[in-house]
Ligand binder design. Structure first.
Ligand SMILES: [Ca+2]
Ligand SMILES: [Ca+2]
Ligand SMILES: [Ca+2]
Ligand SMILES: [Ca+2]
Length: 293
C-alpha cells in the first residue's frame, strides 16, 4: 500500500505541465512568480505603453513567455530579444525588417547575446490589426505575420508554421485591458509600485518551439522594452528594469546596457532537475499509464 502511494506521488510529479491557454492572460496558466518586475513608472502613457512584469517557463519543447502590460495601439513597438543558445549578438544588428535597423548599435548586457528578435505592434491601418515579426538574427531571416487576430487589436492567433524564420507555428495571445500596474505621467516618472506591477495578469503571451530558438539546453534569457513606431525613441519600460528614476531611453543606437546598472534581461530557468530526471524515466511513465488504466 505504501509503495502504491509513493508511486502515485511520483506519477503526479512526472506529469507534464498542462498547456497554457494562449489568450493574453496569465490566469490559471501556472507561470509562477515574476522573473522581472518593472522599476519605473512608464514614461510613455499609463495603461497605454507599460511593461509590468516578465514570466516564463520551459516545458514540452516550448518556451512559454508572458509579459504583463500593454503597448499603445498607435503601432508603438514591443521589442523582445531572446538568448537561447551559445553565440549570438552582443551589439544589435537588425534582420532588416520594420525599420528595426534604427536600433543597430544597441549594446546588450555582457551576459545577454540574443539570436532572436520579436516585434509586436498594433493599431488601425484602415482596420484594427495586430502584427508580429519573428526574426532569426543569425541567418538573418524574418517571418512577418500581419493581422493575427482577424481585424482586432486583441485576441488569440498563430504565426503560421513554415515561415522564413520559423519551422513550427508560434502561438500569440494579447489582452490590452490592464488599467492598473505601474502609473505614469510623461517623462518625469517616479519609481514603480512593484506590488501593483506584479499583480497585473494581462498582456502578451507567446508559445515558441525551442528548436526555432536554436535551443540546446540551459536557461533562456529575455529582454523586452517599449519603443516608438519608428524604432528610434524608446520609453523607460525595460525588463529587467532600469534603476529608478529613469526617463526615456530615446534612440537605442547609442545605448549600452552593459554600462547601465542591473540586468536589462531576465532569466527563465531550466525545468527543475527532479522533474527532468523523473520525466526521463520512460518505464516509469509506462507504469503510471498502466496503473491509471
Ligand atoms: Ca493565458
Ligand atoms: Ca498602469
Ligand atoms: Ca546567445
Ligand atoms: Ca546592464
Amino acid at each position: 500500500m505504501k509503495k502504491i502511494f509513493s508511486l502515485a506521488i511520483i506519477c503526479l510529479m512526472a506529469a507534464p505541465a498542462g498547456a497554457v491557454t494562449v489568450d493574453g492572460s496569465s490566469a490559471g496558466d501556472g507561470y509562477g512568480a515574476a522573473l522581472a518586475v518593472q522599476t519605473n513608472e512608464t514614461s510613455f502613457g499609463d495603461n497605454k505603453s507599460e511593461l509590468n512584469a516578465g514570466y516564463g517557463f520551459i516545458s514540452a519543447g516550448k518556451l512559454n513567455l508572458f509579459i504583463s502590460g500593454q503597448i499603445e495601439n498607435n503601432f508603438n513597438k514591443l521589442e523582445i530579444w531572446i538568448d537561447a543558445a551559445a553565440g549570438g549578438q552582443s551589439v544589435f544588428s537588425s534582420a532588416g525588417n520594420d525599420g528595426a535597423g534604427n536600433m543597430d548599435g544597441l549594446r546588450f548586457d555582457t551576459a545577454f547575446t540574443p539570436e532572436t528578435h520579436i516585434i509586436a505592434r498594433n493599431g488601425n491601418a484602415g482596420t484594427d490589426k495586430f502584427d508580429l515579426d519573428f526574426a532569426d538574427l543569425l541567418t538573418p531571416a524574418v517571418t512577418s505575420q500581419f493581422d493575427l487576430f482577424g481585424g482586432s487589436l486583441t485576441g488569440s492567433g498563430t504565426v503560421a508554421a513554415g515561415g522564413p524564420a520559423n519551422v513550427s507555428a508560434i502561438e500569440v495571445g494579447y489582452d490590452n485591458s490592464n488599467v492598473l500596474g505601474v502609473g505614469g505621467g510623461g517623462n518625469v516618472p517616479t519609481a514603480a509600485d512593484q506590488v501593483a506591477a506584479a499583480a497585473v495578469t494581462t498582456g502578451l503571451e507567446l508559445v515558441i518551439d525551442l528548436a526555432d530558438l536554436g535551443y540546446a539546453g540551459g536557461d533562456i534569457r529575455v529582454s523586452a522594452l517599449v519603443n516608438n513606431g519608428g524604432h528610434d525613441f524608446a520609453a523607460n519600460q525595460v525588463l529587467g528594469g532600469l534603476l529608478p528614476i529613469q526617463g526615456h531611453l530615446a534612440n537605442l543606437s547609442g545605448v549600452d546596457f552593459s554600462t547601465i546598472n542591473g540586468d536589462q534581461f531576465f532569466t527563465i530557468p531550466v525545468p527543475e532537475p527532479a522533474s527532468l530526471a523523473l520525466a526521463g524515466l520512460a518505464s516509469l511513465g509506462l507504469l503510471c499509464s498502466r496503473r491509471r488504466s
